[in-house]
Design a protein. Sequence first.
Length: 676
Amino acid sequence: MTNPQQGDRAKINGKATNKDESRQASEYERSGNASTSRPDSPLESPRPWHTEGLPKNDKKKPKRWIFWVCAAALFALIWGIFSWQDARNAPPSIAYTEFSAQVKAGNVKEIYAKGDTIQGELKAARPIPNEDGSKSDREYAKFTTERPTFAKDDPLAKLAASDGIVKATPVIDQRGPIVNFVGTMLMWGILIGIAIWFFRRMNRTGPFGMGREVKPIEQSNVRVNFDDVAGIDEVEAQVGEIVDFLKNPSKYAKLGARAPKGVLLEGAPGTGKTLLARATAGEAEVPFFSASASEFIEMIVGVGAQRVRQLFEEARKVAPAIIFIDEIDAIGRSRGSARVSGGNDEREQTLNQILTEMDGFDGTEGVIVIGATNRADVLDNALTRPGRFDRVITVNAPDMGGREQILKVHTRKIPLADDVDLHRIASVTPGATGADLANLANEAALQAARREDESVRHTDFMNALEQIQLGVERNVVIPEEERRRTAYHESGHALLGMLRKGADPVRKVSIIPRGQALGVTLSTPDADRYGYDEDYLRGRIIGALGGMAAENAIYGVVTTGAESDLRQATAIARQMVGKWGMSEKVGPMTVLIDDADPRTIGISDVTLRTVDEEVRRIIAECQEQAVRMLEDHRDQLCAIAEELMVKETLNEEEVYAVAGIERPGNRPARAEDSAQ
């Protein structure tokens, strides 16, 4: 049995239609001071946050390649000068015949040989022979020569006879000390440069790839404003004062008032907290910095606090500005809670830095912090006290009128057929958030695209709604006996939902497999409900147990198909006893806490056993009542099951007609609300 109002639905973030207009951030007048021009834009280095509406930066980035080209040219020039000096000081090259003549004359003191290359020194300097055989005015004592491969002489024996020294060592380029120093420094410079690059990369990425810097999104020229936010008019009115302060600070300064330092948006996921923060900045025409709180946390302690300082510093440079921190409970949880071996040190340091930065505001800087969370109950008291987050604004799911307005926003760019009634769609989606409705509009458009239609029809919205609430139909072959058992199971859910007064009307019954279920029964209220009494909740449990009771009444056995029904019934009963005070034995007290062991708040084991006993008692009483009601209306149960075997799917009008029960309120049937 499926009830979308109570159950948790899978949500896919919807994206609001943005208004395509580029707005230049306005000048901000500080209280008591003349208007000042806006400073340069923040640093261009990667930061773990996104920005919108920053002032344009006309300063050109320096061309780094010019520096490297000049450095390379300077190095080549120095290297060329030293190489030229070495070439001038190099020993002259002589012919091999001249070398042989000096060997015969016994004038060779020593030689260094490597292969056919010979380098040596004479005992007495001799004139350098010219190419024509004449003697030049220049003399040489050191020389170098090449021995021809076809030479048959034996210079070794002649050198030994003249007491010459022969060394078979590699030819060494006798460079000057400056050249040797430059070469050595170049080698060490390359090694040190590689080491610096490696360690800088390690510091940037951190151990195991932690701490990788995120490239920021390009500052967007597409801003959103309050025209793109719908369904939460009372929240818009509260944040409207912030917009007015950012636009007209002098009006408040004259009265000695200051803007709130921080605004905390609290609400369920998908209610539009992020969109509202962006719209506030867009409406005020100020820069917008947004980041997820988890992006500040790294393995290395101190990184988060440093990033917080950088974020606030850059926001002050372009003030007035808005800083938005999403999921702030990731770093804003109460300090000292759930401490495990100091694992919260980095989170607490980051939180302390945020508190320090918010304390540093004097109320005239024009920087406002907006936080968003769906767990405001776990936030640190120092964060939510006045003077930091001065206002806590609850963003609830929209009512029917709000849902209709949200649907209008999300269908601006969708061509709708004439039969589409957004008011009717809003009436059958109680509890839906803005993200749910955005997803619904997108799924309806996809339905029309698959059909290759040029517009979206009302049936596309209804089919999309069923797909989201009930799951996608599965094309599987079910044995006949299994189909019949499923028909009785779903008939039990539907019949008890129709018989129980005050229960949500049955909208649809189907034995077509969807998702993980072999059949579904959809019940939704006619209007939004914000509170539930014990009788209604017991009716929910009775309806959930109707499938198991029907199988037991017809076949005398219980199958695994009741798993999700039992889970739903148990969850409702436990909340009735442990949270809502609907048990006389336990009394009006809170016993069960979300995400916490009841023993941590002083709940005894005896009380917990009493809770279990009361939950078991409530479910047993509801089970007994479900069996009794089905036995009293067995004919109606069988009639619904047989009709399901024939049609597989019954809409609201058909199922009430087969059961012979008048619909609550005698409202007119809306067959088009369900896909056939």
